[in-house]
Design a protein around this ligand. Sequence first.
Ligand code: G3I
Length: 354
Amino acid sequence: MSLPTRRGVVAGSLALAACTRASADAPTGPLPPLKSLASFPLGVCATTEQFDELGWTELVRTHFDRVTPEWEMKAEAFARPEGGYDFGRADRLADAASTRGLKTFGHTLVWYSQVPRPFQALDGDRRAFAAAYRAYVTTAARRYAGRVVGWDVVNEPVMDDGQGYRDCLWRKNLGMDYVRLAFEHAREADPEAVLFLNDYNLEQLPKKRADFLRLAESLLKAGAPLGGLGTQTHIPADLKPGRIAEAVRELGVLGLPVHVSELDISLTRGPGPLASRSSLEDGQKRLATEVVQAIQDLPPAQRWGLTVWGARDRDSWLRRTPENRGPRPDAPLLFDDEGRPKGVAHAVAAALKG
Ligand code: G3I
């Protein structure tokens, strides 16, 4: 982790000063530190490189309690194609967060879309595959035991179309037991972390949510150490009111902590062509308010928290898509490209105050 340069310090200070000035679409007045208003932890995704930026770091330290690595704690970042591991980036991120008083939430140990290459060679050999699977999960979870407050142990196991569970190499070789085994291996390696099952579109697809809850219930019945449910909440700004509240309420029925784990509210992905930018910005404020209120409506012990999938609009993964390089790119987050609070940030502050 390099120390900020003099130029970086000057730029960072200007950005920090700017972050108290409101963005174009925001009400006037500085934004209080959001984490000081919340009755639950506030998180943001982060990359190792972002901790080199003073402006980003100060914005995150001011408003958030926790970071989720955007990619450094995934197989694509730490599993070497030839076998073995390189945890360098993940270590630097965890150290950078800890040095700045931020907790880290691990994301993600087992994902259908990121199976380390050595597992391909074990495909069909159940005993060898199972042994390698245990080694993989325990190696990563043990390394960060005591350094992460929780993990997304299994990410996106459910099909979108209400047809049950995804096929993947994990399931092909271990059956659906791959989910239970992942939780057991993670618990074996880390006795403290809260272990989550995480998925997306749970607010937009009720059948998917039902399958997700069915899987969660089966894990609990099997005695798996499932400790929480994550609903990513990547949503369009014209999402029907009430969908989020309904999803969070239903996910809360099992009595486990619920994590709105990857919130962004897109102005360009999903909304119909007739929706004006200002109406979508209003929708963004309304939906962010609904998210906060849905978490506040949970019993305190179930409020794992709210994590936004990026601090500034330019940090969003949605800005890396080809359609977002035009004159009006997406603005899905709480702070604008310069780190200034937008109207949606003030809406979140008002909702957090209750
Ligand atoms: O920046 C590095 C570069 O230094 C490196 O040389 C290069 C080598 O491949 O990778 C670059 O990292 C990229 C990283 O994003 C940058 O943040 C990775 O290639 C790229 O795969 C990675 O994409 C991430 C994606 O998940 C896949 O891991 C996105 O940032 C991240 O926003 C996205 O997040 C997912 C959640 O994990 C699950 N839910 C959906 C969400 C959005 O897709």
